[in-house]
Design a protein around this ligand. Structure first.
Ligand code: 5RP
Length: 221
C-alpha cells in the first residue's frame, strides 16, 4: 500500500504541474515530493511541452535527464518559476528546507525565480516552524567555531554524520524550539562566519500546494 503522505505528495505535485508554462525555464527542487513533480513533468514533455530546467541537486539533474527533460547549468535571466518541496511550512509561507541536504542550491534557484511554488503533504503544515530543526550547510574549516557560535544564539546542533552536500560541505541540524521570527533567526545565523546557507526560506513562497488525500489545496501567499 502507498503511504498516505506519498499520495498527498503526488496530489500536491499534480496541482503544481498546472502552473508550468510552455516555453518556460524552471527550477527543479530535490526530494520525494519533487520526484512526483518530475515524473509528471516528463509526461508533459513527452506530450510536447517545451521547458528548460535548472536542477537543485545532482540527483535531480540525473533523474530529470534520464526521463528526457532538458537540464541546463545556467541561465542569463531569472527563471520563470521554481518548484520544490519543504520540510515545514507556516501560514506566512516561511519554510524549513534542507532535509535532503540541497538547501544552498535550492535557495539560489528559489531566489532567482519569478515565483516559488511549494508542494507539501499535510504533515509539513505547521502553525510555527521549528520541530524539524534548521538544516545549515557550513564549511569544514573552523567547524567547531561555527557550531559554538550557532549554539551561542540558542541552537542545539548535531552534525549529519557521513553526509556531504553537492558542494562538498558538511551539514548540521540545529534545534531552536518554536521559531517566532523566522526572518530574524535566518539573518542571525547567516551572519556567522563559516555558515554557507541556512534552511530557513523567508519571503520567497508564492503558492503552497498542500496535498489532501488525492486532492490538493492551493494557498496563495
Ligand atoms: C531537500 C529539501 C526537500 O524539499 C525537503 O527535505 C522535503 O523533502 P521531501 O519532499 O522528500 O519530503 O529541502 O533539501
Amino acid at each position: 500500500m502507498v503511504p498516505s503522505s506519498n499520495i498527498e505528495k503526488r496530489s500536491a505535485a499534480t496541482g503544481a504541474l498546472k502552473f508550468v508554462k510552455d516555453n518556460s525555464t524552471i527550477g527543479l527542487g530535490t526530494g520525494t515530493t519533487t520526484h512526483y513533480f518530475i515524473l509528471g513533468l516528463a509526461e508533459l514533455v513527452k506530450q510536447g511541452l517545451n521547458v528548460k530546467c535548472m536542477a537543485s541537486s545532482i540527483d535531480t539533474a540525473k533523474k530529470a535527464m534520464s526521463l528526457g527533460i532538458t537540464v541546463i547549468d545556467s541561465y542569463p535571466d531569472k527563471l520563470d518559476a521554481y518548484f520544490d518541496g519543504a520540510d515545514e511550512v507556516e501560514p506566512g509561507g516561511s519554510l524549513i528546507k534542507g532535509g535532503g541536504g540541497a538547501l544552498t542550491r535550492e535557495k539560489i534557484l528559489a531566489y532567482n525565480s519569478r515565483e516559488f511554488n511549494v508542494m507539501v503533504d499535510s504533515s509539513k503544515v505547521k502553525e510555527k516552524l521549528g520541530i524539524f530543526g534548521v538544516p545549515i550547510e557550513i564549511l569544514s574549516f573552523g567547524i567547531n567555531f561555527t557550531i559554538s557560535n550557532i549554539e551561542r544564539i540558542g541552537g542545539k546542533c548535531s552534525l549529519r554524520s557521513g553526509f556531504a552536500s553537492d558542494n562538498g560541505n558538511p551539514l548540521i541540524d540545529c534545534y531552536f524550539g518554536d521559531i517566532d521570527n523566522p526572518a530574524l533567526l535566518e539573518s542571525m545565523i547567516k551572519k556567522i562566519p563559516g555558515v554557507v546557507e541556512v534552511g530557513i526560506f523567508n519571503g520567497m513562497t508564492k503558492r503552497i500546494f498542500q496535498g489532501k488525500g488525492k486532492e490538493y489545496i492551493l494557498k496563495e501567499v
